[in-house]
Design a protein around this ligand. Structure first.
Ligand SMILES: C[S@@+](CC[C@H](N)C(=O)[O-])C[C@H]1O[C@@H](n2cnc3c(N)ncnc32)[C@H](O)[C@@H]1O
Length: 302
């Protein structure tokens, strides 16, 4: 003869039965290829993964695989399938970018109207800029969600690329008001809200900004003619501003000097790529239609 159950015992038994029923229901739905949600109503489109015999994961129907492929093809994000406690699917979406898309965006950045030779105003060409930015994000993850500074931003080619690649905020420093007016209209054309512009001489940025930025980007003046040494002064400021990493372009002919200078400032210098900077004839003193300059693309860690 069974002893009569107390209220608490009855409650416990009922809960146990309900739990078992939930598990059975889930297993049943998994076998049918449907996706149980928290309230167990199946979704019409799913990309569920189930553990396979080897302990790995496999898509559990053609329909689901097709849905994931469609999502990948049509979306600007990467979909990652995961198991959840409830056996249903979570699809986090990571921003997707590719070098071509960035290049297309940079091709729509308006450049200097009347470039000023004494400020060494050359826009970073879209092809070069997109490779640089793509490398910074895809190899090092140094843009997405980061606080970024762009020194000598000009009309904003690098800043706009960094903003498109989901920097949390880009603060862009430039001395020339005319360039910044063009930059402002570029920001509006690109409908970006994660860029702040500061008009100032980069060499006088106050020390309260030191170590405030995760990533510093720059295509600085190369320090030619009347600007001798300006590239290294920019580098010094960049290393002061960053708490992590600086990316910059410098003439290949100055490589030994740049690396020595960076080391003396306590930074590790790495040449990520040798590039050809195709400089179109911009100024009256340029005699050729265009000239290729060999440029190193650096990553400095502070
Ligand atoms: C080679 S351009 C690069 C422009 C832009 N970053 C790009 O990638 O297209 C160098 C920029 O540095 C700016 N510049 C030069 N000296 C500066 C200074 N002391 N402070 C701030 N900006 C400066 C110039 O006006 C110019 O826009």
């Amino acid at each position: 003869m069974a002893f009569p159950q107390s209220n608490v015992q009855r409650e416990l038994t009922r809960n146990k039965i309900l739990e078992e029923l939930q598990i059975q229901k889930k297993q049943l739905l998994l076998k049918q290829g449907a996706t149980p949600t928290i309230n167990s109503s199946p979704l019409t489109v799913s990309t569920q993964v189930v553990p396979n015999a080897e302990g790995g994961h496999s898509m559990n129907s053609h329909q689901q695989r097709a849905a994931l492929q469609t999502a990948h093809a049509q979306s600007m994000g990467y979909f990652i399938s995961q198991d959840s406690l409830f056996g249903n699917l979570i699809l986090p979406v990571l921003p997707r970018f590719d070098q071509k898309k960035i290049e297309e965006r940079l091709q729509c950045v308006t450049g200097f109207d009347k470039p000023k030779a004494k400020l060494e105003q050359y826009i970073t060409p879209p092809h070069l800029g997109s490779h640089i930015l793509y490398t910074i994000q895809s190899q090092f993850g140094d843009l997405d969600g980061k606080l970024v500074a762009d020194l000598g931003c000009g009309c904003g080619a690098l800043s706009i690329g960094a903003a498109v690649l989901s920097a949390s905020l880009v603060v862009s420093f430039e001395i020339d008001e005319d360039a910044l007016q063009i930059f402002q209209s570029n920001i509006e054309d690109h409908e970006l809200t994660n860029i702040d512009i500061v008009q100032c001489n980069v060499l006088t940025i106050p020390s309260r900004f030191y170590k405030k930025f995760d990533t510093v980007l720059m295509n600085p003046p190369f320090g030619t003619k009347n600007n001798e040494g300006l590239d290294m002064k920019f580098l010094e400021v960049a290393l002061n501003l960053s708490n992590n990493v600086v990316y910059s372009l410098h003439k290949t002919s100055t490589r030994n000097h740049v690396i020595k200078h960076a080391n003396a400032l306590g930074a590790k210098a790495e040449v990520l790529a040798e590039l050809r900077y195709d400089l179109p004839a911009t100024y009256k003193f340029h005699k050729k239609i265009s000239v290729d300059i060999e440029v190193d693309f650096y990553r400095f860690t502070v």
